[in-house]
Design a protein around this ligand. Structure first.
Ligand code: AMP
Ligand code: ZN
Length: 492
């Protein structure tokens, strides 16, 4: 029996505003789409929080035994400065500033994004499609929306007709915004735009002659609107109706609202069962953002090179800090808060490491089954990682009292206890033990020192073939030996 048949997962659905029992559309399988980054700059810690939140969701669904298809896109065209429909494309602007090709910008920051998420021990998604790789699919959806009468073409651009759509559907269903309020808050565009109504949004934009990122379309050369790519890529890989769509809270409106509208206008159906929104990481009480400069880069944390930090922090500690807050709560970053997390993380790792060495008794005086269910209950309650972590600290307490002989555990319970501590800490929370990494490094240094000693013995015996062989083989592994006055040293 799969774990998901035994455990009842509830997920908060932004669409209903309630926690709902999670039932996938296809038995045992989950389709999940999460909006990925716009790759025009280094990913900041706030972005990482959202991707770590959904990594937790992905990991827990997998842990429950679901077969998950996790699609997370790369936005490499069509996202305009200020999230607007007019003005410059974020990537094209960056390319102009750095004086390189837009696709060089995309490559540079995609590599950075992958590298950082790997350090945070995020699992890669099942599919990572790019907006530029799905222009044909986007054009087909625009055509479908035009054919259904919910979009119009003006001067080579195509706009979504929000008022017309709202007559038959509900624009604002996700965000709770009302079209009248939106209209009264919108400045008239004074004829600067081709839109019939300021609420309308671009599906396709005509490219002016100097615009580099452009594709042919039935409406002339241009490029797709930002909201459209997610509609195209989610439905291409997950179907017109799928289980979970996620993203940061700031994407709920207009991005996700427009995604729903595009889907319904094209297919007549609502695309997603559960909408999930991860809350923001703040710094000094304000949202971390690329545009305002109020942010920290992950590498600054890993190196300690930022004036607000007292020291460097391992990626696993940063991840633990994030998971100590529920994904739907705002989390404020500070040096004191992450220092406290580091102490907790070390205590937890120490206990996990030593749990298997605990003394075994004939009888248990501790209730491991009860503790197991408390851990699951926490995660089943909308992925409540802070509550799970508090139960893991109860596990730390158990390790200590059993070690001190104040409580007893039998062999069967100990095997269960150890495997659960590992499963929750490493598989579900995705914490990589920095202790384990440090221990592996110590072992490697020990092995290289031993080889240096063998090489010294070979040289003393004038067996230069052997001594060169050792040096060359180590060099192949990128371990360089340096012979100096004080003996041989090496760098890993
Ligand atoms: P972007 O590259 O700007 O499209 O952002 C990528 C993801 O990061 C989106 O899901 C955003 O909602 C999310 N995001 C942006 N800023 C923050 C923040 N301060 N805290 C958490 N998530 C954020
Ligand atoms: Zn999106």
């Amino acid at each position: 029996m799969a774990l998901y048949q035994e455990q009842q997962l509830k997920v908060y659905n932004s669409l209903s505003g309630e926690k709902e029992v999670f039932v996938p559309i296809h038995n045992g399988k989950v389709g999940m789409y999460v909006c990925g980054p716009t790759v025009y700059n280094y990913v900041h810690l706030g972005n990482c929080r959202t991707f770590i939140s959904f990594d937790l969701v992905f990991r827990y669904l997998k842990h429950l035994g679901y077969q998950v298809r996790y699609v997370r896109n790369i936005t490499d065209v069509g996202h305009m400065v200020d999230d607007a429909d007019e003005g410059e494309d974020k990537i094209a602007k960056r390319a102009r500033i750095e004086q390189i090709e837009p696709m060089e910008i995309v490559q540079k920051y995609t590599v950075n994004f992958h590298n950082i998420l790997k350090q945070f021990n995020n699992l890669p998604p099942s599919i990572e499609p790019t907006a530029t790789g799905h222009i044909i699919e986007q054009i087909a959806i625009i055509q479908g929306i035009i054919d259904n009468g919910f979009a119009y073409e003006v001067n080579g651009s195509v706009y979504f007709d929000v008022e017309k759509y709202n007559k038959e559907h509900h624009y604002g269903i996700l965000s709770g915004r009302k079209i009248e309020d939106l209209l009264s808050n919108t400045r008239d565009l004074d004829g600067q735009s081709d839109k019939r109504n300021p609420l309308d949004f671009a599906l396709w934009k005509n490219a002016e002659s100097q615009h580099i990122m452009r594709w042919p379309s039935p409406w002339g050369d241009g490029f797709p609107g930002w909201h459209l790519e997610c509609t195209a890529m989610s439905t291409k890989y997950l179907g017109n109706h799928f289980d979970i769509h996620g993203g940061g809270m700031d994407l709920k409106f207009p991005h996700h609202e427009c995604e729903i509208a595009q889907n319904e206008a094209c297919t007549g159906n609502t695309p997603v069962n559960v909408w999930m929104h991860a809350n923001m990481l703040t710094l000094n009480g304000k949202k971390m953002a690329k545009s305002t400069g109020n942010n920290i880069l992950p590498n600054e944390l890993f190196s300690g090179e930022n004036a607000i930090l007292s020291k460097a922090f391992a990626p696993a500690v940063v991840r633990f800090f994030m998971l100590q807050a529920h994904y739907r709560s705002v989390l404020d970053f500070s040096d004191e808060a992450i220092l406290a997390s580091e102490r907790g993380f070390n205590r937890l790792m120490e206990a996990v490491k030593h749990s298997s060495e605990l003394p075994v008794s004939a009888q248990s005086t501790v209730d491991i089954q009860g503790w197991r269910q408390q851990c699951y209950d926490a995660m089943n309650d909308d992925f409540n990682s802070p509550i799970l972590i508090s139960h893991l600290f109860e596990g730390v307490r158990l390790v200590n009292v059993i070690k001190e002989g104040k409580e007893q555990i039998n062999a069967e319970d100990l095997a269960l206890f150890t495997s659960l501590l590992h499963a929750f800490a490493f598989d579900v929370l995705g914490l990589e033990s920095t202790n384990i990494m440090a221990a592996n490094n110590d072992k490697l240094e020990g092995v290289v020192s031993m080889l240096i000693q063998m090489r010294n013995e070979a040289r003393a015996n004038k067996d230069f073939a052997m001594s060169d062989h050792i040096r060359d083989e180590l060099a192949k592994l990128n371990i360089q030996l340096k012979d100096g006055k004080e003996g041989t040293s090496f760098s890993l």
